[in-house]
Design a protein around this ligand. Sequence first.
Ligand code: ARG
Ligand code: ZN
Length: 877
Amino acid sequence: MKESQPSAIYLKDYKVPPFLIDKTELTFELDEATTVVTSKLHMRRNPDSTENTAPLVLDGGEDVKLVAVAMDDYVLPSGEYQLVDNQLIITATADNFVLTCETLIEPQNNTRLEGLYRSSSMFCTQCEAEGFRHITYYLDRPDVMSVFTTRIIADATKYPVMLSNGNEISRELQEDGKTSVVWHDPFPKPAYLFALVSGNLEVKNDTFVTQSQREVKLQIFTEAHNIDKVDYAMEALKRSMRWDEDVYGREYDLDIFMIVAVDDFNMGAMENKGLNIFNSSCLLASPETTTDDTYLRVEAIVAHEYFHNWSGNRVTCRDWFQLSLKEGFTVFRDQSFSADMHSDTVKRVEDVSFLKTAQFAEDAGPMAHPVRPASFIEISNFYTLTVYEKGAEIVRMIHTLLGAENFRKGSDLYFERHDGQAVTCDDFVAAMQDASGVDLTQFKRWYSQAGTPQIRVTDEYDAQSQTYQLTLQQETPATPGQPTKLPLHIPVRLGLIDESGNALSVSSSGHVSDEHLLELTEAEQVFEFTQVATKPVPSLLRGFSAPVKLSYDYSSADLLLLLSSDQDGFNRWNAGQQLAVNELNTLIEQAVAGETLSLTSNLVEGFKSLLQDASLDPAMVALILNLPSQAYLSELAQVIHPNAIKQARQYLKKQIAESLQADFAQAYQQHQVTGQYQAEAKDIASRSLKNLALSYWLESGDDAAKQVVVAQFESADNMTDQFAALSIAVHHGHDKADDLLDAFYQQWQNEPLVVNKWLMLSASREQEDAIAKVTALMEHEAFDLKNPNKVRSLLGGFGQNIAAFHQVDGSGYQFLADQILVLDKRNPQIASRLCTPLTRWKKMAPELSVKMKAELERIMANELSKDVYEVISKSLA
Ligand code: ARG
Ligand code: ZN
């Protein structure tokens, strides 16, 4: 145990920085053993600060070694500065001065992957949130914005490519044979947006002409063997640049935009000014090695990081509590972009399904926090689904309440008011409110209140007066530190449909339409509709207009009606999902009670008509037929019985498969895609339905399907189909599963991103000795504990392996806890993310809950990073 435990910092304690840094000049002498970093910081006291005698306090890291520090030209003797808790403190300062620091760092020993580190053969950086302090002493906070000039000195035979932010302004050969390259970024930025890359890299070049006819040079860099996999990302980048001009009026600002792919990266990607750095898993794509899902992910992340150039870089966050200012808004932007590129209904279903599964679970767990957290111990722990996905839902609700036109006025005003500034979520909302005239005062509670609101809906129809009343009650459950909640301002989109599925045009507050937007602002509110010709079935919360849990007592017949006829495609999916959830919950109860499982609804008939309805988008059919996931059912459960959930899902899948065997066999044939592989909505839709049909077909026990799986595996010309066949074989007990897994590894052993998929699938395979198998995989040549993608694949796959992970003797939990402790010494961010499954212990069935808790307590007894300490201590609180 540490003598003192890490402590929290609070939003309410925010103060403007006592010093500012107008210019930052950096020199990196890159070297395999020791890299020398020299910084010249042009500093002055902040006129807006009241602390005008405060000492200068610069952030550093335990891995930064201070060699010398000078103020203007005066080298400070050791008595004139202090090093305390990784901070450099200088008490006596002038009002204006240049601070020069020389520091030594060892990128090759940097296993946290924050700051400057080595990944394969190159040097690269990750500075968000607080990585820059692992490079040199600095005011490492986002409200200190500075103009950076960066000199990189390296051996150009080993590291010919030397990149940083902005424009390259000089490149020269030095007398010592090294090359010195200088980059200058004219846009002031916080240190978290700094980047440096150097290595022996290949480049793909392109250009983009902006709306004002400026030509921007586009470059994507990778190691030589990957350069043939960047074409898709390049096209996605150009689409993003055009879309941001068309939809938001935002033009790119520098003359060059660069992206670099690196293999070792803690997260997905990073929006460093003019020099985005990507996890190669989020950038590289080729038909043979990349699945449809990953294609879409690459496109979305390229767009996301590009969009940050305005929502994040030109306008940034004042402090890290405001993280959702840039992340929520940028996720909303990338979601809208993907919807425009493909199908908006499919995109919405996928996003909502993810939100309801993972963000709702976070909101109900010990790490629940508001979209704008009030405190944290380690900011890296707050790059969460709440800040990102729920944050995007908040922006979407503003869009819904204002309408597209006013929303655009609001975003224009936001960028105009705050260009070049570091601002808050309140500033964002104020711009939206001022531009539209819509009062968002109460709405702002969404930023400060954690937890998923629950809305209960009841209704009453009066045939005589043709009036229909809906009563909505809202309540948000208590979350850690927030025992009581206030009513939120919730937009509820809805329509009413009659018994044959037609939209009813009805009047609400004098407005006649077949769709209405209710604004729920009170704990309980009644909404009245007139001119309602027949008793309606309400289609509520269309398009998932708010991130809430809505309940209404639908009969199966109502849900079948919505499933087949709702005008809102999203709600058709939702009705199908609800039918399946109801059926599964009954089966889960039967399984928990040890009863024989049997179906109680007409779900199968509903699914049959979906399969036969040629007017439907195959992607939507696949989404509806894909049974609610184990994770989603766990989120919904009061008490989680993992094996009962698994049993119920398997049983239902088998029943559907057997009843509709012929339909699935036919759907498989019908939705074959011919012609060259394209990652485009229509083909993706067909492949998703075809492969879903194949999994049911195999589950039905038809021998013909067994052969089809093997044939598809062997003859597929794209990874989507090959990997689908493999996964189906592995998860449906195909007798050739072992052979196929081996063949797959043999075929792809030199493609690390494909090998990661193999690791994940192998680790998730349910078999008797699964823990031993996973332990063996950790020793496999394909595994590497240093690489976050491999750790995520293997341990992520293991987490989905219900029987193994939830062993009643606790050995699955113990295995994960062991890995967390090992990884925490190397890479706290990765270790902390691995804790998530264990944080759900309070909801687990009692016999599992005690075992999980015991592992949390065992972890807690060690000396931990701030990252893991925060998650574990809050989970046990
Ligand atoms: N800003 C990046 C993005 O969302 C993510 C950076 C995450 N960094 C971290 N240390 N958690 O695009
Ligand atoms: Zn982002």
